[in-house]
Design a protein around this ligand. Sequence first.
Ligand code: HEM
Length: 235
Amino acid sequence: ASPAAPLVMRAALSVAAVLVPLQILAGDAHGLNTLQHQPQKIAAIEGVWHTERGAPLVLFGLPDEATRTTRHAVEIPRVASLILTHDADGELRGLNEFEGVHPPVAPLFWGFRVMVGVGLLMLAVSWLGWWQLRRVQWQPQRLPRWQLQALRWMGFSGWVATLAGWYVTEIGRQPYIVFGQLLTRDVVASVPASHVALTLTGYLLVYALLLSAYVMVLRYMSEKPLTSPTQGVHA
Ligand code: HEM
């Protein structure tokens, strides 16, 4: 068994507890920058169909492009305006100003909520985990089982949030390939779809292989039993 396990857990939780809030602050700043340069992306993320003052923060809902509304929306009044303009009555430009040249709404709306939801979960789990680990003198084997399981399941959270954020950025740029200058449909090459599908499948296979190797190494390392309290941190 590796005497390093308690140290690794302590280091990982400490780093996460500091970096996760920084990532959230960076995300907030990122949003303000996007509002300035790509307002239609923000309108899609927030589900703002029509330009409005005091726009609510839509927590959940079903964006429907056919009726250009968000069905079953659960909202907090005026908070989207407050976050993005620092004024509860601030104006947010709606998708109505960008008809025909805004990204598909549902993938952005959901991608963003997955990213932020995972970010908030990371914050809760890392802070609670750090605090609890400190209470048990940094000996992970004394943590309750549910907490170790939660930490294990959070192993992939960064990957999920990163992928969701990347989707938001890339899908949110559509229908442009060069924002505001060049439409994606104007630069589509004449390469047959079957060739593209073949290359894509190749990439997917390589990445699936890399991912499974990574998971196998992680499992191998995590299944080594933890050391006794007398070893480890003081070893
Ligand atoms: C919890 C609060 C968060 C907020 C408010 C936030 C905000 C944002 C915004 C607004 C964008 C899109 C910017 C744009 O395309 O113009 C973005 C992209 C992104 N986010 Fe987040 N984010 C948060 C959490 C996270 C977390 C926890 C991660 C990863 C661990 C993450 C990773 C990313 C990535 C990789 C991108 C794409 C960047 C790019 O390709 O340029 N975000 N985020």
